[in-house]
Write a protein that binds this ligand. Structure first.
Ligand SMILES: *Cc1c(COP(=O)(O)O)cnc(C)c1O
Length: 419
């Protein structure tokens, strides 16, 4: 790719971008003077699609006009509303519809999945996570260990090698081949939240399964960002939130994936509620519990429709453009971002995200020399929204849905002025 370091070039790329029209479908926050922010935190909270309000209003109106009858009479009847999300969500993560459901929040889903898939014995009970796992995931697995009578220290960390930032699959292979008899579960971030490294899920599944370890994936930074091909990867389960790249609003519901190979296994231990009971007899109430097949068999409660409406607004857009177009633009956009940062030629910053587009999504993690946090502050004061992650990284995620080549060009020009 022959990139050029000029505003004209960036603007030309936007003209040639077949999905640039999507930007207009989002609310881009502005400063007091009415200037757009340069928003690079779609990996933390995605921007609001303009259509979200309509989707939510529809449900508010149906509720106002129909009360409880909305369960059956709403334009999109609430009783089965979650089913309207399944196909499009399955496409986003490369799964079959029976493998996916939208419910709860991410950490809750991880716990519910561990109820079924973390079945420690006295000999085989340890859990492997990345050393830079998202704190919530670490707390979740530590608490599962303690819940089963083990110690928080029974977590095994998969660490980058000395002097390196990224994870190496060979090291995971070594951990599993040497200690696999004691390991019950691998719970790995498919795209690491800190470095932006996208790991080979299929390989991770093979490594884990070679020693009969269950393999679970946290896709918080993957869903809507990369194309994880969850079904083909062979991982046992996965969960992800929808408020990051899936633009469904703060604290919105999460996704859950259980591989088809477990879909009909009714013997898996699991928590139950009326919503994972057979739909046909759910309202008879006095039946013995009869669990549903597939991912829906992990639901507990009837879900919040207002949040689902926001997810629907977003997923309808993902379905319209498709992950392939988004990925195609994303590789170019992040490649351009990387090119421009390298052109600055400063020793004060270093990109730690892999440079191979197949090993990353849109995020670049920029390590700042001497952990100088003032750089992040200066960016923020100049309408550039990024985030600082301890100890020394600025994360920037140009998303293909609403960021432009011009955004990236302007961002790096300003950044350059501070170095
Ligand atoms: C964002 C994120 C979370 C957040 O968990 P919630 O339950 O949605 O609050 C957890 N894990 C990872 C890897 C994340 O990126």
């Amino acid at each position: 790719m022959q990139y050029q370091n000029t505003l004209t070039y960036a603007q030309q790329q936007d003209k040639e971008d077949r999905i640039s029209y999507l930007r207009n479908r989002f609310h881009i926050p502005k400063d007091k003077n009415g200037d757009n922010w340069l928003y690079f935190t779609g990996n933390s909270l995605g921007l609001q699609p303009k259509s979200t309000k309509e989707y939510i209003n529809q449900e508010l109106e149906d509720w106002a006009n129909l009360g409880v009858e909305g369960h059956f009479e709403a334009k999109n009847p609430w009783l089965n509303y979650h089913e309207l999300l399944t196909d499009n969500m399955a496409k986003v993560v490369g799964a079959k519809p029976i493998e996916v459901v939208v419910m709860n929040t991410l950490t809750t889903n991880l716990h519910l999945l561990m109820v079924s898939f973390y079945k420690p014995t006295k000999a085989k009970y340890k859990i492997v996570i990345e050393s830079d796992a998202f704190p919530s995931d670490r707390y979740a697995v530590q608490s599962q260990l303690k819940f089963h009578g083990f110690s928080a220290d029974d977590v095994i960390e998969w660490k980058p090698r000395k002097g390196e930032e990224l994870l190496n699959l060979e090291d995971l292979e070594t951990i599993v081949s040497e200690q696999g008899d004691e390991i019950a579960l691998l719970l790995i971030g498919g795209v690491n939240y800190y470095t932006g490294q996208y790991l080979d899920l299929k390989k991770i599944a093979e490594i884990g399964h070679s020693k009969d370890c269950v393999v679970g994936i946290d896709l918080a930074h993957g869903a809507g960002n990369i194309s994880p091909e969850l079904h083909n990867s062979g991982v046992d389960f996965a969960a992800w939130c929808t408020y990051k790249y899936l633009n469904s609003g703060p604290g919105s519901l999460a996704g859950l994936f259980v591989h088809e190979k477990h879909a009909k296994n009714k013997d898996l231990p699991r928590f139950a509620g009326w919503w994972n009971h057979n739909k046909e007899t759910r309202f008879n109430m006095r039946q013995p519990f009869d669990v549903m097949e597939g991912a829906e068999g992990w639901q507990l409660s009837n879900p919040p429709i207002l949040s689902m409406a926001a997810i629907k607004a977003s997923l309808d857009m993902f379905a319209e453009v498709g992950m392939d177009s988004l990925r195609e633009k994303s590789e170019k956009l992040t490649g351009y971002f990387e090119f421009l940062i390298k052109q600055i030629g400063s020793d004060d910053i270093k990109i730690i995200t892999p440079s191979n587009p197949k090993e990353r999504g849109c995020q670049l993690s920029i390590q700042v020399k001497n952990a100088d946090k003032s750089l992040h502050k200066k960016l923020t004061e100049n309408n550039i929204i990024t985030d600082w992650r301890e100890p020394d990284v600025i994360r920037c995620a140009p998303t293909p849905m609403y960021n432009s080549f011009e955004d990236v060009y302007r961002m790096v020009s300003i950044l350059k002025g501070f170095l």
